[in-house]
Write a protein that binds this ligand. Structure first.
Ligand SMILES: [Fe+2]
Length: 593
């Protein structure tokens, strides 16, 4: 019995396919079209899912869309009517896109897949989120919290799951949205909304939460776990371009110049920004102010999430929590929820944002609608496309690129470790690409975490990104507690880099390149059972250096999606300062390009 889940037309478009409730494949459209956060109808991701399941569209038993377009349109019409005429531009824009595409998704899916439209069903946005976490978790019973910008009406839901049953206990409705509050600050801090939220989180530890009292003026907490925004500061309910208004600026001060270089006294001035400006001190002081704003909104967001989670724990009495929605990608907040909300265990699925809705919608149809038993747990993220050693070598030959293949994995790993230990930056492209925004050892760029200078080298030669963004460590699971807070390291989301842990005080000086300014790290625990080759590489690095950890950042250049194919891998390798790339069992050295 095949079920296809689809999400699109909002944030990340994606498709996922189940066979009798077992996940076969899942991927975001951007990996195929090479348009970052591509939200168009995911033809290529759907084709990939069908190919992987070895079926045609007609053989699908059901197709599930991750939200209900008519309910969503109702929300847009209701809220724009309430603020007419100031919302007239939003109304016009919404009508154009809705009448063109979004309302007709049922027919579009049926046409594309050449199947009976009756097979196409719809799941509510936040139920898709809730199902994407609970039905991928190993928990039989769990509380479920979803928090994002907005779906149809809901911006957050409280729920619980038992076996194949999933029910919502309550919801918070638009315009009261924690995701949109965070996005308003993302915009104020000069970053792109839906893209720069990670940057705010990375910037926060460089500041102090000095403006927390001001941020708290924007949001009021209710005793029932809810919150309300004071809408006189915001314009996202009536504008398609602005999230906040003049009153917000009166309160928080003027916005930071968009995408201007960010540095503080503490971060220093990285060489790849060019020559240090004469007024470095003045600019650093100015940036410090914005880092303090980032720290304040991050702190309030964490407080609100802890408040909601604690309420949900007390209401349900359950000791396990499944989190989903874009806000669940706030890995710093997830650590605080575990420490403070009264839960023993937390689960977050790697595609916690809207892409994950495709998977959640399919799981919901299989378990809740069809009532079929659960037999799937997501214990790794490798659900994307893969390329055989033969096809990699064929491609390299077609490009006349000199390469060397190694049938023995120990030899392959030893070669990579020798390069890493010698200070090289190594591209690592293996097996199926990851589901969700994180590279977890199959499409990764790796470096030696013991070398403090690696942070700047990787930024300067490869990623060209802001100096305040931390690099994450991959660590062998049975060694994780030697380096990181053991309680976090044991949690399942640590496998997906979805939680931030304190680095143990005695370990900080051993792994400076992956320890953030506040002494934390967004670790990834690696299991030999789910990624044997990557675990072997880490073991080999430990044998050579005594440290079972590698710096792991995603295999993409700035502004591009993570690589999928051998061609994309080689192209990114060639255009960056990486020294060596390992593709399957084949190594290419930079000097041989
Ligand atoms: Fe969402």
């Amino acid at each position: 019995m095949y079920t296809l889940g689809v999400s699109c037309f909002f944030h990340d478009a994606a498709a996922a396919i189940l066979n009798d409730g077992q996940l076969i494949a899942a991927a975001e459209e951007e990996r195929f079209t090479r348009r970052k956060h591509d939200y168009n109808f995911p033809e290529e991701a759907i084709d990939f899912c069908l190919r992987r399941a070895q079926i045609t569209g007609q053989e699908l038993d059901s197709v599930v869309f991750f939200e209900k377009p008519f309910l969503k349109l109702e929300r847009i019409l209701t809220t724009t009517a309430a603020s007419y005429p100031s919302s007239s531009v939003v109304f016009q824009k919404a009508m154009t896109t809705w009448l063109k595409d979004k309302l007709w998704i049922k027919g579009k899916l049926a046409n594309y897949l050449k199947l009976d439209p009756k097979k196409v069903i719809f799941c509510e946005h936040h139920i898709s989120h809730a199902a994407s976490s609970f039905f991928c978790s190993p928990f039989e019973d769990a509380a479920i919290l979803t928090v994002d910008g907005v779906g149809e009406w809901a911006t957050a839901t409280f729920g619980e799951g038992h076996g194949t049953d999933l029910k919502l206990l309550g919801e918070i409705r638009f315009p009261h949205s924690l995701g949109l509050l965070y996005s308003a600050f993302t915009a104020l801090l000069g970053f792109e909304v839906n893209e720069g939220e990670y940057k705010v989180m990375g910037m926060a530890p460089f500041g102090r939460p000095e403006y927390k009292d001001k941020v708290e003026k924007l949001i009021r907490l209710g005793s029932d776990g809810s919150f309300h925004l004071d809408m006189k500061y915001f314009s996202f309910d009536r504008s398609s371009t602005d999230t906040y208004n003049e009153k917000f600026v009166e309160l928080m001060g003027p916005p930071r110049a968009p995408e201007s270089p960010f540095f503080t006294e503490e971060s220093g001035y990285p060489s790849y920004f060019g020559p240090k400006p004469a007024d470095f001190r003045k600019q650093a002081d100015n940036n410090q102010h914005y880092a303090n704003i980032a720290s304040s909104i991050q702190s309030v967001t964490e407080d609100v999430l802890v408040h909601m989670s604690r309420h949900l724990q007390q209401r349900t009495g359950l000791k396990r929590l499944c989190l989903a929605g874009g806000v669940a990608l706030n890995s710093v907040a997830n650590g605080r929820i575990l420490r403070e909300a009264g839960f023993d265990e937390i689960f977050v699925q790697p595609a916690a944002g809207d892409g994950g809705g495709a998977l959640g919608a399919a799981l919901w149809a299989h378990h809740v609608v069809a009532g079929r038993p659960r037999k799937f747990q997501m214990d790794h993220a490798y659900w994307g496309d893969e390329h055989s050693n033969g096809s990699i070598v064929d491609y390299l030959n077609s490009q006349s690129v000199k390469h060397e293949s190694f049938d023995n994995e120990d030899t392959l790993c030893r070669k990579a470790v020798a390069a890493l230990e010698g200070g090289s930056v190594v591209g690592w492209m293996q097996g199926r690409f990851e589901w969700g925004p994180r590279a977890l050892g199959n499409r990764s760029i790796l470096a030696d975490p013991r070398r403090a200078e690696m942070k700047e080298i990787v930024n300067t030669k490869i990623k060209f990104r802001e100096p305040f963004r931390p690099f994450a460590p991959s660590v062998l699971i049975d060694k994780a507690s030697d380096f990181f807070d053991a309680r976090i390291a044991k949690q399942l989301p640590a496998r997906f880099m979805a939680m931030v842990a304190d680095v143990r005080p005695e370990a900080k000086s051993k792994i400076p390149a992956v320890t953030h300014v506040d002494g934390t790290a967004r670790l990834q625990t690696v299991l030999p059972e789910t990624n044997p080759l990557y675990a072997r590489l880490l073991s080999e690095f430990e044998r050579a250096t005594g440290v079972p950890i590698l710096l792991n950042t995603s295999f993409n250049l700035r502004g591009e999606p993570i690589v999928n194919t051998p061609a994309e891998t080689l192209s990114s390798f060639a255009r960056s300062g990486m020294d060596m790339v390992v593709m399957g069992n084949t190594i290419v050295q930079k000097e041989n390009l």
